[in-house]
Design a protein around this ligand. Structure first.
Ligand SMILES: Nc1ncnc2c1ncn2[C@@H]1O[C@H](COP(=O)(O)OP(=O)(O)OP(=O)(O)O)[C@@H](O)[C@H]1O
Ligand SMILES: CC(C)(CO)[C@@H](O)C(=O)NCCC(=O)O
Ligand SMILES: [K+]
Length: 287
């Protein structure tokens, strides 16, 4: 559906992308294809959603109750921005059902082959984003609440993947399901592997355990697709990359960190649906 001149004039190509994850909301403000700002917020309740919509209509991007990186100079968002949502949390998505300029992205919108019906839209969009940047085949490692590996072949067909508890969830489950293990905050640096105290032993187990698992998946992926890029994303992506740099520099050198991958995917789908761009990567290798 292409935009009318009035619509273009009124929103100047401004739009918002929202990726609803299991722990947090991930937001991006776009002008056309240009991503101006990315930020994260807690899940919302109806009152917080109303405050947000009112802020947008005053030209402000952020609500005081949410984490944000600070105002962007004098720039203001146009009122009633189109909102493109990808969600893996139905209750949080339901909050936006009555938003006037809502576009919900579903698996049916994606130029990928071989998808299974319950595949997470975040995983599928990350693949689209990764392929837009690096072409097919591609493997995406997303270290969010759940850590996922998702790979597609040279034709853009899902090969498959894996789901495991992410860094935060592993730390949390140890604390909650044991008597003696304390809460451990997410380590900022690679912990010592052979720890001599409880918090570092927990951090070591989780970081080296996840790291080794991911490394093994990447090695196996390269047996099948030796030239495939590996794209790392998600809040735990930096830690994962640190692990790879330390233990497997030859893998780390070939891994690409793309924190905002999901937004490349959303932008790509929006362009396709709005007829704003050249034909997308639908079923054709990009290189
Ligand atoms: N400073 C930090 N605070 C909290 N978690 C962090 C921090 N740095 C890295 N992490 C890790 O990143 C994860 C958060 O990643 P990300 O933002 O991709 O996803 P999320 O918000 O947890 O999940 P989702 O997108 O599924 O809601 C946490 O689970 C934790 O393992
Ligand atoms: C695995 C998560 C939770 C990662 O955010 C999400 O992609 C999801 O809910 N997926 C559904 C199951 C699947 O992807 O097979
Ligand atoms: K569940």
């Amino acid at each position: 559906m292409s935009k009318t001149a009035t619509e273009l004039g009124s929103d100047q190509g401004n739009w918002l992308a929202l990726s609803i994850g299991n722990s947090r909301l991930h937001w991006a403000w776009f002008q056309g294809e240009l991503c101006k700002q990315v930020w994260h917020s807690p899940h919302l309740d109806p009152a917080a959603r109303e405050k947000l919509i009112h802020a947008w209509n005053r030209g402000e991007l952020w609500d005081g109750g949410l984490e944000y990186p600070g105002p962007l100079g004098d720039e203001a968002i146009a009122p009633n921005p189109p909102l493109w949502i990808a969600s893996v949390v139905p209750q949080q998505l339901a909050l936006w059902q009555s938003y006037r300029r809502l576009n919900i992205i579903t698996l049916a919108d994606l130029p990928l082959l071989g998808l299974y019906p319950t595949l997470g839209i975040d995983r599928a969009l990350a693949l689209v984003g990764a392929a837009t940047e690096s072409g097919w085949p591609v493997l995406v490692v997303d270290a969010g609440t759940a850590l996922t590996l998702t790979g597609a072949d040279p034709e853009g067909r899902l090969v498959g993947g894996a789901i495991l508890p992410g860094f935060g969830l592993q730390l949390q489950s140890l604390t909650e399901k044991t008597a003696a293990l304390p809460a451990v905050t997410f380590p900022g640096t690679l912990p010592p592997r052979w720890a001599l105290n409880t918090p570092e032993a927990i951090a070591s187990g989780v970081v080296y355990g996840i790291g080794a698992g991911v490394r093994d998946f990447i090695s196996d992926w390269w047996q099948h697709f030796p030239t495939s890029p590996v794209v790392i994303t998600g809040g735990g992506g930096e830690m994962l990359l640190r692990y790879l740099q330390e233990t497997a520099p030859e893998i780390a050198k070939q891994a690409i960190a793309m924190p905002d991958l999901i937004f490349s995917g959303i932008c790509c789908i929006k362009q396709q649906q709005s007829g704003e761009s050249l034909p997308g990567p639908r079923f054709t290798p990009l290189y």
